[in-house]
Structure formats: C-alpha cells, structure tokens
Design a protein around this ligand. Structure first.
Ligand SMILES: *Cc1c(COP(=O)(O)O)cnc(C)c1O
Length: 356
C-alpha cells in the first residue's frame, strides 16, 4: 500500500456502503483541487464573488467518473463478478476500462460510433476493454447495456448502478471539507444527470450529519441541442459539440429535477457557442483546461450573471464542477484556437513576426 492518501473510499468510509479492504479497487481517485478563479470571476461580471473551480479532470483517468468507478468495481469484486459493461459517451468507458484492468475483470464498453472524443477512445483501448462502436447514439447504447446486464452475468457500471452515485457524492464532501462550509451555488453540466443527483445526495448527507450548516443551490446546465430536462421531453437526436452531455433521455432525470427543486436551483440550457466561450475563457484566464462539456457550468454562470438572476453578495461562494480534462478532446481545442504561425528557423523572421 502506498503511504499517504489512500483514495476516497478510505477517506469517506463512514459515509459509504461497506467494503472490505481486500475488495477495494482504487487508483487513488478524489482529493481533487478546488482552485480559486478571480480573473474568471471578473471576466464574467462578478468580481465580488469567491469563485472556485473543482478540477475533476485531475482524477486518475481524467474525469469525475473515477469517483463512482472505484465504488462500482469494488462492489463488483466483492460480489464475485467477473465482468463489467457500460454504455458511454467516453469518460465512463475510460474509467470502467482502467478500474476493470486494475481489478483483473473483463470490461465491455458500448460507445456511439463517431461521437467519442479521441482521448477517451484511446483510454478504453489501451486499458484492454472490448470496445463496441454502436451504429447509434448513447441512449440506444445504454438501453442495450441494460438488457444485456439484466439477463447475463455481467455487472452494469453505468450510473444506474447505485454504487456510482455513492462514490460521486464524495465530491460534495471534499468541497465542504476544503471551504469549511457549503457553497452558496454549485454550477455543473448535466448529461445523464447522475452527477447532479450525486452531489445533492452528498450535500444533504453532510447537512444532516451536521458537517455543513447549509446546502447550495444546484445549478445544472444542458447543451441547447441536447436539453431534454429543460424542454420537458426526450430529445431523439441530440446535438452538441459537448459530447459528454450529448444525451437525449437522461437516466436520472427525475432525481435531477428533485435536486433542482429541493435546493431552489435551476436546470437550464447553454448554446454550443456559450460553452466554447467559457471553455476558452477558463484556459486563457486561469490556466485551467477542461473538456467542452465541463465548461457548460461556467457558461451557465456567466449567462445567469448577465441576466441578473443570482443573488451574489460580496464573498458569495460559487463552485463550478469541471468534470473532465481538456486533453480528452484535443481535436476540439485545436479547432477553436488560432493556427500556430509557420515561420522560418531564423531569428529575424521570428522577431519580425513578434514585433518586439
Ligand atoms: C459524464 C460527464 C458529464 C455528465 O455527467 P452526468 O452524470 O451524466 O450528468 C459531464 N461532463 C463530463 C466530462 C462527463 O464525463
């Protein structure tokens, strides 16, 4: 056992379903940085607030999915399962593949063909998962996974597996433990809607156990072309560049609405242009590079500040969850950036170009 931090199951054991030490599958996930972002706060029109970015891209496979996967794989091992399966827009498959490899279990992933970011695909392949590229979208992949796992001895590790949300709720614990209190608002992307459900579970649990004196308003954001909860109806053919939230019929739809309503929050939509703008702002102003879907929360914050919909007093604590790392989707980053100038290997040519 490596000395020091031992992963989120060890850290939050008292709040999680029971697991024996020998069954725990961990890559030392969790304990991610909560970085203050004053330049971003100023740029989006709220210099008076304390804005924090929870950098979930620094989990072992580059997204928050690892929080749920350490629990799901540990429980699968405990139950003697030999194989796991998931449908995925990318990050779930990357995480499932890595944790299954760590546990010595077989992993099958169903991904929507042509709609998965390169980094994520490379992870599933490298970790030795059986990758099936489905000629359909995520929602169809998830339906198939549900049918297969219901009738065959293979454990589903999508967020319908209750262990996933148990692990993911620890993100809320970490935020309260670092700040010393719950934030006033939490902004985050919403796809299959498991994460907003899990965070709300975590905040409620900490409040009930007197670890926090308040709970945040939960502010979830879908992409405008993929906004079933906002529209009030499933979207048959969801469209957005933010592939991690390109989901037309979220599994945790009702629970996400509960989180919204119990917390006094909002689930709203942001356009792809707003997402890209937030994505670029964060990387250029704060040195924080997240994947496009992760920027939906910040885009939503900017939108709601502009619409004067928030009560943001001086020092109000606002947390945005940056769900995945920017390196997951290098193609998008390059597509939205100016091309590097091609210049002769010559001092004068370079100085002329830089005008210095
Ligand atoms: C999975 C994922 C989401 C969406 O989370 P849900 O729990 O499905 O709502 C958002 N961003 C990234 C990077 C993800 O991997």
């Amino acid at each position: 056992m490596t000395p020091g931090y031992r992963g989120l199951i060890h850290r939050y054991r008292d709040f999680l379903p029971t697991l024996k030490d020998g069954d725990i599958v961990s890559l030392l996930e969790g304990n991610t940085p909560l970085v203050e972002a004053p330049r971003l706060a100023k740029a989006i029109g709220a210099p008076q607030i304390s804005l924090y970015l929870k950098i979930e891209g620094l989990n072992p496979t580059g997204s928050f999915k690892d929080r749920g996967m350490t629990m799901a794989l540990s429980r699968a091992v405990q139950e003697g399962s030999k194989a796991v399966i998931c449908g995925s827009t990318g990050n779930t498959s990357a995480s499932a593949a890595a944790y299954a490899a760590r546990a010595g279990l077989k992993c099958v992933v169903l991904i929507p063909e042509g709609n998965i970011a390169l980094g994520k695909l490379s992870q599933a392949m490298m970790h030795g998962a059986e990758v099936l590229s489905i000629q359909g979208n995520f929602d169809q992949a998830l339906e198939l996974v549900k049918e297969i796992s219901a009738s065959h001895p293979i454990t589903m590790v999508n967020s319908l597996n209750p262990m996933r949300l148990e692990g993911q709720k620890t993100g809320a614990f970490e935020i309260v433990d670092v700040l010393g209190h719950a934030p006033d608002y939490q902004f985050m992307p919403v796809g299959n809607a498991g994460n907003i459900t899990a965070y709300w579970m975590g905040y409620k649990e900490y409040f009930d156990k007197k670890k926090a004196g308040s709970k945040p308003k939960m502010m979830g954001f879908q992409a405008a072309g993929s906004a079933p909860i906002v529209n009030g109806a499933p979207v048959k053919d969801p469209k957005t560049i933010a592939t991690a939230i390109k989901i037309g019929n979220p599994a945790s739809w009702k629970k996400a609405e509960q989180a919204r309503d119990e917390s006094g929050g909002v689930i709203d939509a942001v356009t792809d242009d707003e997402i890209i703008e937030a994505y670029k702002l964060m990387s250029s102003l704060e040195g924080v590079f997240c994947e496009p879907a992760s920027a939906a929360g910040v885009a939503g914050l900017k939108k709601h500040i502009a619409q004067k919909k928030l009560d943001l007093k001086k020092g109000a604590a606002v947390v945005c969850i940056l769900t995945g790392h920017g390196l997951k989707d290098p193609e998008r980053a390059i597509a939205v950036s100016p091309k590097p100038a091609s210049i002769k290997a010559d001092l004068k040519a370079i100085l002329d170009h830089l005008k210095i």
